[in-house]
Design a protein around this ligand. Structure first.
Ligand code: PMP
Length: 436
């Protein structure tokens, strides 16, 4: 066992933790190993991860079969690139072919990147390039949605519908604006897009980018006909539809891609996270053959690519992950276990009146519940702190008023019981602060 105190001190001295103030050196758990949904820290304590890492550890921790495939791939080919000199490598070719079989129809042209943020960056550049190629360089504006998340690069944060992401880093990039997300009124919500297109000018708007189901907005599944209306509006004004499936891709919503829940055909789809089940960084941007044709109108090169994008080890990890999805029917488990998780959230809401039972919602393996409207605003933060005290990782959204769970898709009934038992312990321990 490593010296826990030494590690904590080294971390406090040197590690800058993202999404925290620079001055924050508060110690947190330092993890050494993980199996299933259980993480073990350097003090030997177990933690339950109901967020699958960053919603990427789709098959749980500790799958040595994937680790072995990665090790073999690295022994075979240390590195391979797919830009400059028309080079490629075995894994990149195989994975592209495999992805083409599972991506929504028509989306079978792929760019390899490293992570979600640079996938978003790539999607935006491609959308804009398509208009440059069409001889309309003024059609570059991108519309997104408030309460969205699209990453930390400059375009990704400008695209993200959260002003906290734009502060303290100089001017936000030009050419981005946001509309509200749908709650229940799909007609009104879709009209917001049309209004924004007309405000900016259809001849200036290149694309609309959105997560099919947005986690920062509190995992609200959009009304059934929202996406069909959005598609129709995008078509009418000749605007590309970009689905950011970095989080929802590969089974999170119970379908391989969340757009399948509405038969939605985006023009560009970003994916990352679960594509390698968290074992290796990889992102892929899929575009339609039709869009590639339009891009081909320009003879200018697409000056884009990152050194380690589509690394042979990442492609091998993705292929092994997709094999497991098929062999172990991971999507079926995502749906069955997700329903059980939902009933457990209902049961928690029956016991703890601070949870709003009518708000329990979700799809596949993404679920949420809100705190009741009149709870003390400070309670959400206290509850979140208590979840950590009980060593269970869940997410909070909307200023701690929404609790979200994004567990591994392979979670078992026993895992769900264990997670909800710790959530109950936290709710119990904080009940005197709930003020009701
Ligand atoms: N888009 C979406 C929808 C995401 O959920 C995320 C990550 N949470 C990103 C982009 C950025 O991905 P990454 O953290 O890999 O850069």
């Amino acid at each position: 066992m490593p010296d826990a105190a030494d590690l904590a001190a080294a971390d406090a001295r040197h590690v800058i933790h993202g999404f925290s103030p620079f001055g924050d050196r508060t110690p947190g758990p330092i993890f050494q190993s993980g199996r299933g949904i259980t993480l073990t820290d350097v003090e030997g304590q177990d933690w339950l991860d109901a967020c699958a890492g960053q919603a990427n550890v789709a098959l749980g921790y500790g799958r040595t079969d994937i680790a072995d495939v990665i090790a073999d791939a690295l022994k075979e080919l240390t590195f391979g690139t797919h830009f400059y000199q028309r080079r490629s490598h075995v894994g990149a070719s195989r994975l592209a072919e495999r992805l083409a079989q599972i991506t929504p129809p028509g989306l079978d042209q792929f760019v390899y990147m490293l992570g979600g943020s640079d996938a978003v960056e790539t999607a935006i550049k491609i959308a804009r390039f398509s208009n440059a190629a069409a001889g309309r360089p003024e059609k570059m504006h991108i519309i997104g949605r408030w309460n969205s998340y699209h990453g930390v690069t400059y375009a990704g944060s400008s695209m993200t519908g959260d002003p906290a992401m734009w502060r303290n880093i100089g001017p936000r990039l030009e050419g981005f604006s946001h509309i509200d997300q749908p709650e229940t009124d799909s007609v009104g919500a879709a009209r917001l897009l049309e209004d924004e297109i007309l405000r900016v000018g259809a001849d200036r708007v290149a694309a609309f980018m959105a997560e099919p189901i947005s986690t920062p907005n509190g995992i609200v599944v959009p009304p059934a006909d929202y996406w069909a209306q959005i598609r129709e509006i995008c078509d009418r004004y000749d605007i590309l539809l970009i689905s950011d499936e970095v989080l929802t891709g590969f089974g999170r919503s119970g379908k391989m891609f969340a757009v399948e829940n509405w038969d939605l055909r985006p023009d560009i789809l970003t994916m990352s996270k679960a594509i390698t089940a968290g074992f290796f960084p990889l992102a892929v941007v899929a575009i339609s053959g039709e869009l590639r044709e339009k891009l081909s109108a320009s003879n200018d090169p697409f000056v884009h690519g990152v050194t380690a994008g589509g690394h042979p080890a990442a492609c091998a990890a993705a292929l092994a992950t997709l094999d497991i999805y098929e062999r172990e029917d991971v999507l079926a488990n995502s749906n069955v276990a997700g329903k059980y998780l939902s009933t457990k959230l209902d049961a928690l809401a029956d016991t703890y009146p601070v949870l709003d039972k009518s708000s329990v919602r979700g799809i596949g393996m993404m679920h949420a519940v809100d705190l009741i409207a009149d709870v003390d605003p400070a309670y959400g933060a206290a509850l979140h702190a208590e979840f950590l005290n009980q060593r269970v990782f869940v997410r909070t959204y909307r200023a701690n008023q929404t609790i979200g769970l994004l567990p591994s898709l392979t979670m078992t009934t026993e895992d769900i019981d264990a997670v909800t038992a710790r959530m109950a312990a936290a709710l119990e321990a904080t009940s005197s602060q709930a003020g009701n």
